[in-house]
Design a protein around this ligand. Structure first.
Ligand code: ATP
Length: 210
């Protein structure tokens, strides 16, 4: 664990895929609480989360999380991050229960009691022993979010949280995010095309249209 103040500094971040320039000179300082990454379809929200996760390398710029530089201390940086790409097939063969057991090993601040609460809140109990490929898009999203919230990671990245969610689950998600907004030990970043009613964002990072 690091003793630097909990802040994520994004300094001059630029990134493009071959033939597709996307993010140019992004600057932001993210404090504990909630940040919304907002923008239209295909403007680069998921790409920015993948950069913040340390999964993609920027073409320019720096990321420093609680004193850990993503470039010079990549493993230490990534150890403080929760990121599970909802579009990835990487977890398909795992059950939620199996994946949570893996996360427990990876995240020092894993909160088993919080996981139980999120499983109940998202009504996930019937799905815990099914492989993720067998779940609906919404249930899969809920499995990922329960893991994200229970991880206790200093930086938690959540992509498109309401995609495929039923109304009661959106209401539960809203409650959880509102609680996280007030805590001082985690930075939670959510990518979505607009704000969510009832969620008090501490910071909104608007990405320009593609
Ligand atoms: N691996 C990749 N290689 C090439 N282009 C990519 C890759 N991943 C994404 N893109 C392109 O980059 C652009 C931004 O994608 P990204 O998924 O980051 O946007 P987004 O804002 O999250 O989109 P959405 O709102 O549709 O989820 C899109 O045009 C997409 O097709």
């Amino acid at each position: 664990m690091t003793h630097s103040p909990l802040v994520l500094q994004v300094q001059g971040l630029s990134f493009g895929y071959p033939h597709r320039a996307l993010l140019a000179n992004v600057h932001a300082t993210l404090s504990p609480g909630l940040t919304l990454v907002r923008g239209d379809e295909s403007c680069g929200k998921t790409t920015l989360l993948r950069l913040l996760a340390g999964e993609l390398a920027p073409q320019a710029g720096r990321l420093v999380l609680a004193g850990l530089d993503r470039q010079t201390a990549p493993d230490a940086y990534r150890a403080q991050v929760f990121w599970a790409d909802p579009r990835s097939d990487a977890l398909n063969e795992l059950t939620a229960r199996g994946w949570y057991a893996r996360l427990l090993q990876q995240h020092a601040a894993w909160d088993a009691a919080a996981l139980e609460a999120h499983i109940a809140g998202f009504l996930l109990q019937p799905h815990l022993d099914k492989p993720l490929y067998a779940l609906s898009a919404g249930s899969r999203r809920k499995v990922l979010m329960a893991g994200a919230f229970a991880s206790g990671a200093l930086l938690t990245l959540i992509d498109e949280p309401v995609a495929g969610l039923d109304k009661p689950s959106v209401a539960y998600l809203t409650q959880v995010l509102a609680r996280l907004a007030a805590q001082t030990t985690r930075i939670v970043v959510v990518a979505h095309h607009e704000g969510l009613a009832g969620v008090p964002w501490g910071l909104v990072v608007d990405l320009p249209a593609a």
